[in-house]
Design a protein around this ligand. Structure first.
Ligand SMILES: Cc1cc2nc3c(=O)[nH]c(=O)nc-3n(C[C@H](O)[C@H](O)[C@H](O)COP(=O)(O)OP(=O)(O)OC[C@H]3O[C@@H](n4cnc5c(N)ncnc54)[C@H](O)[C@@H]3O)c2cc1C
Length: 411
């Protein structure tokens, strides 16, 4: 890329959301698209997950992670979209003005007409989770670290044969798969909640493979000897247990990657800790859109790609002058039982091109109720009566209203 040419659209993050956004923009005839990623290859998190189940909601096919990444990249062939890896967004200011750094571009300030933020998530490690105990040279890992070890074929210490997995969400079961690829036996899964947070059949499968699942439990301390993990102390409803293990893998508590947004014009939402958007994927920064896991923590790759596609379509409409560039409308009020909703803002002008559905998370499981979007005394839309499970995606149709609205639970 010529040193003096700023792209028309800068997409930050070459995961499913960013790549799908680039494809949607190119399909709308928008040129001058640059996708950057701080990793050394494009594809995002799926690159490191060699099991099937990726891309379903976007491509209607259960690709493996790397297979889905290849599919998204092949969509971009002959589109003129440029991808610069090992390139990091440092900050994003009004304008939009982006400061980035990488071997191909150096330290660079750019003024694209639009930016799509698709930076995904970061995970919590033992330090973030404040789990006390001994220090180890190896054996205390996060999912990302384990994935890198497997992807880069790094040898684990010879004594390491078994691990405990902390977390019971979908990602934890993917981590079990990766651990097995690394030759590790997962003896135990530990979760705070009273049931596993993923699908019940996955729990049954893990048990068949010899993993004990401890729910309503938490890790109290990690015990080490000579720089190696030897055991973990776990609080369970039946009392405190000492479990022998060679390692502990932390898989839970993913938060949106928003480091580069600090001090800039993009307002963050208190519920998600990601950018607050309206139904056209617009943030509060003019010309700045957002999509994918940066909006809500871990979601499926297909869903993130769908959000990316929608952000690309909406950015194209903005560039053609059909919609304004910053989020408009009022922030939804949410019932106390609801943890968060994305998008958080109802915006009337987004509906013409089909707005993204409201993606809701509950704080706790609720049986036999339905979600409803209300404006004054009117019900704008409502979902079916059903069991609303926490930490699962619950969708509500993308009806828009220009009136102040609230999301409620109804009988
Ligand atoms: C262990 C695990 C297992 C999973 N299993 C499944 C599954 O079976 N099926 C499924 O559908 N989904 C699965 N997922 C979820 C799926 O991987 C994500 O939903 C998807 O990758 C999200 O896409 P994204 O584009 O939002 O983010 P990501 O894929 O995380 O991509 C974000 C990109 O942004 C880059 N980036 C971040 N900050 C910057 C910056 N400042 N500058 C430049 N680049 C930056 C990152 O390097 C990254 O490449 C799994 C996730 C994990 C962690």
């Amino acid at each position: 890329m010529a040193q003096d040419a700023d792209p028309r659209v800068l997409i930050v993050g070459a995961g499913p959301a960013g790549l799908a956004a680039a494809h949607a923009l190119a399909r709308q005839g928008i040129g001058g698209i640059l996708v950057i990623d701080r990793d050394d290859e494009p594809g995002g998190l799926p690159r490191y997950c060699h099991h099937p189940g990726f891309g379903l909601e976007y491509a209607r096919w259960p690709y493996t992670g790397p297979g889905f990444a290849r599919r998204l990249l092949s969509d971009l062939k002959s589109t003129g979209v440029r991808i610069a890896c090992r390139t990091t967004l440092l900050s994003l200011r009004d304008g939009p003005e982006a400061e980035l750094i990488g071997p191909a571009l150096g330290l660079r300030r750019m003024r694209p007409q639009a930016v799509i933020v698709a930076t995904g998530i970061r995970e919590s490690n033992r330090g973030n989770l404040a789990v006390p105990g001994g220090r180890a040279e190896a054996g205390i890992l996060t999912t990302g670290q384990l994935q890198q070890i497997v992807a880069r074929k790094v040898a684990l210490p010879k004594h390491m044969k078994s691990i405990i997995v902390v977390g019971t969400e979908h990602v934890a079961f993917s981590a079990i798969w990766t651990a097995r690829q690394a030759g590790l036996r997962v003896t135990t899964m530990i979760g705070h909640d009273d049931r596993i947070m993923s699908f019940a059949p996955l729990g049954a499968l893990a048990r068949i493979c010899g993993t004990t699942i401890l729910t309503s439990s938490s890790i109290r301390e990690i015990e080490t000897k000579g720089g190696a993990v030897v055991a973990a102390t776990v609080d369970t409803p039946q009392g405190t247990r000492r479990l022998s293990t060679d390692g502990v893998l932390f898989t839970a508590n993913w938060t949106p990657e928003t480091a580069a947004l600090a001090g800039g014009p993009v307002a963050l939402d208190a519920g998600t800790a990601g950018p607050r958007i309206d139904q056209a994927m617009r943030t509060s920064g003019r010309g700045i859109f957002a999509a994918g896991n940066v909006l809500h923590g871990v979601e499926s790759s297909g869903w993130c790609a769908r959000e990316g596609r929608h952000a690309g379509q909406m950015a194209a409409r903005f560039l053609r002058g059909e919609i304004s560039g910053a989020s408009s409308g009022t922030v939804l009020e949410i019932a106390p039982e609801i943890d968060f909703v994305v998008p958080q803002i109802c915006s009337g002008d987004a509906t013409a091109a089909g707005a993204i559905p409201f993606n809701v998370r509950m704080k706790s499981d609720v049986a036999g109720r339905r979600l409803a979007l209300k404006a004054g005394d009117d019900t704008v839309c409502s979902g079916p009566r059903r069991r609303l499970l926490r930490k699962r995606r619950i969708l509500l149709a993308a009806t828009a209203t220009t009136m102040p609205a609230r999301l409620e639970l109804c009988d």
